[in-house]
Structure formats: C-alpha cells, structure tokens
Ligand binder design. Structure first.
Ligand SMILES: [Cu+2]
Length: 562
C-alpha cells in the first residue's frame, strides 16, 4: 500500500485530490501560496482501516451544523460574561530596547507596546465575547488554544469557519468549560511567530491550590526586525515555500521590519528573495538535545522573551510571598525551553490546564504551545525565573536565553547581571522533567474504557527537503461518533521531535499515567498512543505546533459523523 498524506492548509479553499507520498513530496514545493491539499490513503478506499474510519463526507458534522450549538448549550454556564476587544495591528514594539515593527495584538484602547497580546481572564463557565478587529492588510484569525470550544469558534479556517479578511471584524462568543492556563494565537500562516499571541486564563472558583500570588509567564522566541521576518525564514528553510508564507503573513518580504503595512500586499507578488540574515539563522549548527532525542530546531533565534520582554527589559513579577503559582505558557514558534527558578524546587500542579500528580522538579522542558503550572515557596525575597532554549550547540551570547525576577512585594528587583548569571543555575543542569515524567491527578484521569475506534498515524519528513507531513494507514479517514472513546497511535518516523496538538480536546496518554495534554511531545522514532472521549462534535485539526513544520505540511483533520 502506498503511504499518503493529508494536508489541510490554513488558507484559501480546499483542493481535493489524492496524492501518493512521492507525489505529495514532489508537489508540495510547487504548491505555492494558499493551496490546501486533502489526500487519503489510496484515494478512494474507505474500508479496511483498523478504526473503521471513512472518507465519506456526507455524514460529517461541520461548523454550521445544529450539533455544534446543541453541544454548547449543554455546557455549564456561570451566567457571567467576559468581554474583550483584540485588534490585529501592525505595531512598533520595543524589543531589547529597540523599536521593531511586527504584527501583534492591541486591546482596542491602548497601543501595543511590547509584543504580547492583552491577557484575557475569565472563570470556569463564563461566556467569553471577543470582538476581533483586523486592521492588517492580510487575513487573520484567532485560535483559542486548548479550550474545549464550540467548533465554529475554533479559529482554524477553512475547517471551522472563515478568517477575518483585511479590514474585517470577527465576533467570537464561547463558553470556557474547564479552568486552567490556556492561550490564544493567530492561526494564519506564520503570524503567531510575529507577536500575535496572548494568555487566556480560566480561573477556578473552587481553586484547590489557593496560591498567595499568581503570575503568568509567556515564553516566546523572536526574530522580527532583525533584518528578517518569519516568512523569510520559511524561504530559507525551503526556497520552494518562500512565496507561501506571505499569503498568511501579516506582511510579505521585507528586511528590518521597517516597511509600512500599506506596502505589504504588493510585494508578495514579486519573486521573493531570501535575505542573508534569514539564511544565516537557519544555517546551523543546530541544537541537539539528549532529552528530546536529537536535533531540536532549525532556527537560531537571536532573542527570547518573557511577557514580550527580553532579559534587558525584564519586568519583575511581583506579588505576595508564600505559595506562588507560575502559569507558564510556551508561545514560541519553534523553540522548546528548559526552565527553572534558581534556588527553588517547583511543584508541578497542572499540564495544559488539567490537574497533574504533584511531582517536584528542578527544571522542566516545555514544548511549543504546552502550558505547565507550578508552585514555588517564596519568602520575602526575589528569585530569577530563567528559560533557556533546550539543547546544546548554540553560542552562549546575550539573548540566547531569557530571565525575569519573581519577587515578594517590596523586595528589590534583581539586576540584569544577576538575571544573566541565572542561566548558570544548578537547577538547569539537573535532568529536566518532561511529558514522560508527568501523570494525571486521579481527579483528571479519564474513566477506564476500551476504545471504540483505534487509528494509526505516521509523522514523516521528505528525505531531501524541509517538507513535513502526516501519513499512515488511517490518515484522511479519522472519523468518530459522539460518545465514543477514540485511540490514536502515532509513530514518529522522522529524526526530530514534534509537539503534536489536537484542537478542541484534551487527550489522555495511557503510557504516561493518564497525563492530560492538548499538545504532546513525541521523540524521534517513538510510538505514542493518546485517547480521548469524542464529546465535542465538528471537524478538528491535528498538527505539529512547530510553526514551520505546520506551514510545511504537518497537519491532518479529524471528523465527527452523525
Ligand atoms: Cu513538527
């Protein structure tokens, strides 16, 4: 049997045709901007898969259907509403003390100053209403990452609805039916690797942790305005994709971030040139990590940020002493971080918003899009929180990591040199904990049940190009009915790790003590199974959360049927 690939691009309308693996790999480089390919194993066979999946589209439940509203109406509603405006804007941000231009989010009233979006904070059961105003010259859309959201609000077009065209407004309205640490980001092209991201916190009225202070830490990698932009870097990774990212990017190719937004659309039509700065960032040497099983990433990001600020601009996280909760979000495009609080042991309490067995950690690896919540005990003191890109092989220069101060009210901030020396903290040198070391708390475990359907997927890479995909015997046929338990076995045939994300569901990993995640790290050559209850009808993306792997093809869809 030929292996085939399902590609569903976040772009314009779908083009459906079967492609062999070879055909896919050859064609992708020629696919150009905004082409969506949907292929399936051997094209037309809907029978014989392990999970009784189907390519028959006639019974699919999709975003306009009544089942979506019925499911939303059955969710717990607190009676409260949280309203916000998120404006997609081209803005001049301060990064490392210098002005840079990039696409980001503003709150509709204040200018965007640092490259992270407004924090949205709701409580379990609240209705969240967000007016999304798109002032960009490109289309954009917000995905509410990790939320068990009604399908038509998921922000993954064309699968779950429309994007906001240039100048248009989208209104989001959904209930948040599980507490925890979540985030939101653009799901158009590489916009999220500019500044189109922010934290979405859902508080628990019956909070079991009762922390004295609660801090949100958004980690991000940054290239914009360093003589290159994310769309250029994709061209550096795969010249055949150089024109592609611009279609979904807030602005097309230019250097230095100095181009006015009005000039963006027209330059996309010209043959893109990959700037030297972009080529240099992807030239290697590439970081390697024993913990992640090999090569870590392709891009040597020059700057890393906490809440939109580099170490030199760091803003201390200040609050009461005592039990301090850190809600850590990896919003980076391509960087996994190893983080620690110098001099402290952390107690893990939640993974992707769900309760975890409480384990003690000196340092932790967090993949792109993952969240982890920890508690630390803080006296009347200031301590550094530090995040270092996982792996070795990168120069230990300023900007190669990021740190900030966590402190009790009234304690003095740490100096920049104290923050810089935290990169040598003993905690970072101990073996970090990662997904395999965590498990679900009993309260968060899925009820034991045999799967109703079991499917197999394979993560693949082209032999000779920066082209990634999802293949395997069930690709394109993953279907389910409401009420079923679904099991997905994924095998990573590539030489890189991937943070794999399922929209609209928080799955369980049986081999990791029932660990709850919506984004799971899989190592090279590893096979991992995850399970979930089909309780949120619609069509859902399953993809790698390395922004560049996604843009180079590593995505497929799961479907509910009547
Ligand atoms: Cu990947």
């Amino acid at each position: 049997m030929r292996t085939a690939v399902d590609l569903a691009r976040v772009a314009s309308g779908p083009l459906s045709r079967p492609l062999s693996r070879r055909g896919f790999l050859g064609a992708l480089g020629l696919a150009g901007a905004g082409v969506a390919l949907v292929a399936c194993s051997d094209g037309d066979s809907g029978s014989g898969s392990s999970g009784s999946g189907s390519t028959d589209t006639s019974n699919r439940i999709l975003f306009g259907d009544d089942e979506i509203t019925a499911t939303e109406n059955a969710r717990y509603h607190s009676g409260n509403t949280v309203e916000a405006t998120i404006a997609a804007v081209m803005a001049t941000f301060t990064v490392d003390g210098k002005p840079v231009m990039a696409a980001g989010y503003a709150d509709g009233t204040n200018p965007a100053t640092f490259p992270t979006g407004p924090e949205i904070r709701a409580s379990y059961g609240d209705e969240v209403k967000v007016r999304h105003v798109n002032t960009l010259d490109a289309e954009t859309v917000i995905h509410w990452h990790g939320i068990h959201i009604r399908n038509d609000m998921d922000g993954a077009p064309p699968l779950t609805g429309e994007a906001a065209a240039a100048g248009a407004t989208l209104d989001y309205d959904f209930i948040v039916d599980h507490p925890g640490t979540y985030w939101y980001h653009s799901h158009s092209g590489l916009q999220a690797d500019e500044a189109m991201l922010g934290a979405l916190i859902v508080e628990d009225p019956d909070d079991p942790y009762r922390a004295d202070a609660d801090h949100v830490i958004v980690l991000d990698d940054w290239v914009c305005g360093r003589d290159t932009m994310p769309s250029d870097i994709l061209g550096g990774l795969n010249p055949a994709l150089a024109g592609h990212a611009a279609s979904g990017s807030a602005h097309a190719h230019h250097s230095g971030g100095a181009t006015a937004s009005g000039a963006a659309a027209s330059s996309a039509a010209a043959t893109p040139q990959v700037p030297e700065a972009a080529k240099k960032l992807v030239a290697g040497p590439f970081a390697e990590s024993k913990e992640l099983g090999g090569m870590v990433q392709h891009i040597a990001y020059p700057t890393h940020l906490i809440n939109g600020r580099s170490t030199s601009d760091a803003e201390a996280l200040s609050g009461k002493s005592g039990k301090v909760r850190l809600r850590i979000i990896n919003a980076a495009g391509e960087t996994p971080y190893r983080f620690a609080v110098a001099g402290k042991t952390m107690t893990v309490i939640e993974t992707d918003g769900f309760a975890a067995s409480q384990v003690e950690a000196s340092s932790i690896i967090i993949g792109m899009a993952q969240r982890i919540d920890v508690l630390i005990d803080l006296d009347n003191e200031a301590v550094p929180f530090v995040a270092v890109p996982e792996g070795t092989g990168r120069p230990s220069q300023a900007g190669a990591f990021v740190a900030t101060t966590v402190k009790a009210d009234g304690a003095a901030d740490l100096s920049e040199s104290e923050l810089n020396s935290a990169a040598e903290a003993a905690e970072l040198k101990k073996t970090p904990l990662q997904d395999k070391d965590f498990s679900a708390a009993d309260s968060a475990k899925l009820e034991k049940k045999n799967p109703d359907r079991s499917y197999k997927l394979e993560l693949i890479q082209s032999d000779d190009a920066y082209v990634w995909g999802i293949a395997g015997e069930d690709v394109g046929k993953i279907t389910m009915k409401t009420g079923e338990r679904i099991s997905i076995e994924m095998t990573n045939s590539t030489d890189m790790w991937h943070p794999m994300h399922l929209h609209g569901h928080t799955f369980s990993v049986p081999d990791f003590g029932g660990l709850r995640r919506d984004t799971l790290i899989i190592h090279p050559k590893e096979t991992l199974t995850f399970e979930f209850d089909a309780d949120n009808p619609g069509g859902w993306m399953f993809h790698c959360h390395n922004a560049y792997h996604l843009d180079a093809g590593m995505t497929t869809n799961f479907y509910y049927e009547r």
